[in-house]
Write a new protein. Structure first.
Length: 556
């Protein structure tokens, strides 16, 4: 369950903490009080991209923190370990996110740095969000297939199909590249042949750009190097007053001094060692300089070589390694084009085999879908009957189609809201209130078949009222028997169903607008339900009605 949500400096929220409970948590408040901020905060925890405009005016950063207490953290721990993160301790998962005005941000999962992708992956395991604009997704065939596969636990079979589909599409793309018109193919062969020859003629395989540049610098400065080396040699051993002769004098003096002062013998040996080092240094410099050739022809060759390399880098890559990688791809592409007929025939053979494998797996997936479609339709029909459609019916219609990324099935959800009405495609239903209840029924059915612990409904009861609101609230309470449910609602019929009730309010303090959220019980809850029934001005009638509604719920 989502145990705690902390929000700081987000929009009109300064600093709040909400401790949620098991079961159905309802969140109410007047329009504009800031209820949507809490959904936004949770979305940030679940990996939604952040916008600096979310930061409260006058602040340099905002932050959100969510603590989840998981009864079974197995799936989450497996994901964390796969990502190199520490698993949950005693089932506790803490996610923190900071958004800074400077553009930098921080994501922490159990106090370890994490990525946005990690949050999205965790979100898929932790929370199912449903917002006021998500009803329309139920009309999408792709979404309907996802629901069917989720209900039937068909993802392993579907994953095998998707892998085969990806492989077949890759072969189709290869064939499409080869299957251009002859004129285009000839132009590609000409271009690739030129590119391959240009790179091959450069013979870059054993070339080091760094060594080439160093040799160019050396040859270009050969005369100056020789002059400096000769000057050094003069100073060390050849010139008048050179270092070697000076050390010879030092040795003689130290030898004589040693007869008077014994410690001087050690100094004489050090002077002798320095003299040897001077000779070795001179020999090393002389030997190295003798190998330097300032030949103008060599310098010209190096100039040409570097000019060629810079030209190739502009055309084919920023380094010799990238140029050679381009060459390898160009050679392969050229080979494919030159043997185009043979390659097309081979690809056609591969495609035939790949398509057959795909169709076989697709039919296996279709059979599994057909087996569970009736069960899903029956379960949703039952849920809809509990939501006011006493004689309503729901069906899942499948038909074969050309292979697509999600299978070889076309799907259509059908719905007949009343007795005697013909089954119509769900997308043909005009009533948003009916769509809302169908979505809730679907979510309720799926909740019995997944392991996601937290469900969030933001105005699932939109365009629903009166008696139907009571049915919606009852269904949410039923779902909350196996999941933690957070529900933002404007309906008193839904609000009274909550095991826990929170009110969001907005006020001005010290010239700044601030949003607050607080749990309510007893008389405070009666007054909030009364406000939802009749507006801000409470009357004895609305208070009595609110008390009766809460009493009915508590006695049930």
């Amino acid at each position: 369950m989502l145990q705690t949500l902390r929000v700081k400096n987000l929009a009109i929220v300064e600093n709040i903490r909400v401790d949620f409970a098991d079961g159905l948590n309802v969140i109410t408040g007047e329009t504009g009080a800031g209820k949507s901020v809490f959904v936004g905060a949770l979305n940030l925890i679940l990996g939604e991209r952040a916008d600096k405009s979310l930061i409260r005016s006058g602040e340099d950063q905002c932050g959100v923190e969510a603590a989840f207490q998981l009864a079974d953290s197995g799936d989450v721990d497996t994901l964390l370990e796969d990502l190199g993160l520490e698993p949950c301790e005693d089932g506790m998962l803490v996610i923190r996110r900071i958004i800074a005005a400077t553009g930098s941000g921080k994501i922490l999962v159990n106090d370890a740095s994490a990525t946005l992708q990690t949050l999205k992956q965790l979100g898929n395991l932790l929370v199912d969000m449903h917002g006021p604009h998500d009803h329309q997704s139920l009309l999408s065939p792709a979404f309907q297939l996802d629901l069917l596969d989720a209900y039937g636990h068909l993802w392993p079979t579907r994953a095998k199909y998707e892998d085969l589909y990806t492989a077949m599409r890759a072969l189709e793309e290869q064939r499409a590249e080869l299957d251009g018109d002859d004129q285009d193919t000839a132009a590609q062969i000409d271009l690739l042949s030129f590119q391959v020859k240009e790179i091959e003629d450069a013979e870059l395989e054993n070339t080091s750009e760094e060594e080439l540049e160093q040799e160019h610098t050396t040859v270009a400065n050969a005369q100056r190097i020789i002059e400096l080396a000769n000057g050094t040699d003069q100073a060390l051993v050849e010139g008048e007053g050179n270092a070697f002769d000076a050390m010879a004098v030092v040795q003689n003096v130290m030898g004589e001094l040693a007869g008077i002062l014994p410690d001087a013998e050690e100094w004489r040996e050090e002077a002798q060692s320095i003299a040897v080092q001077i000779q070795e240094l001179s020999s090393t410099i002389t030997s190295h300089v003798q190998s330097i050739d300032g030949d103008p022809a060599r310098l010209q060759w190096l100039d040409d070589r570097m000019t060629l390399l810079h030209k190739l880098k502009r055309k084919y890559g920023s380094s010799i390694e990238e140029i050679l990688a381009f060459l390898e791809k160009a050679q392969q592409r050229l080979s494919d084009l030159e043997s185009r007929g043979e390659r097309l025939a081979a690809l056609d053979k591969e495609l035939t085999a790949a398509r057959q494998k795909l169709l076989t797996q697709g039919k296996a997936l279709s059979e599994e879908r057909a087996n569970v479609s009736g069960k899903l339709a029956k379960a949703i029909t039952k849920a809809l009957q509990q939501l006011g459609f006493a004689h309503g019916a729901f069906e899942v219609h499948l038909s074969e189609c050309e292979p697509a990324a999600n299978g070889i099935d076309a799907i259509e959800f059908g719905f007949a809201p009343n007795a005697g009405e013909e089954m119509r495609a769900l997308r043909a239903i005009a009533s948003s209130g009916e769509i809302s209840r169908v979505m809730l029924a679907t979510k309720a059915v799926l909740a019995d078949h997944d392991r996601i612990p937290v469900l969030v409904f933001d105005e699932i009861d939109a365009n629903v009222g009166g008696e139907m609101g009571t049915a919606v609230g009852a269904k949410l309470a039923t779902v909350a028997g196996t999941h933690q449910v957070l529900c933002i609602t404007h309906l008193p019929q839904v609000a009274v169903q909550g095991a826990s009730h929170y009110v969001v309010s907005k006020g001005v303090e010290d010239g700044r607008t601030r949003t607050r959220i607080a749990p309510i019980t007893g008389q405070e809850r009666v007054e909030e339900v009364a406000r939802m029934l009749g507006g801000r001005d409470l009357t004895s009638v609305t208070l009595k009605h609110a008390k009766e509604m809460l009493a009915v719920k508590q006695s049930s």
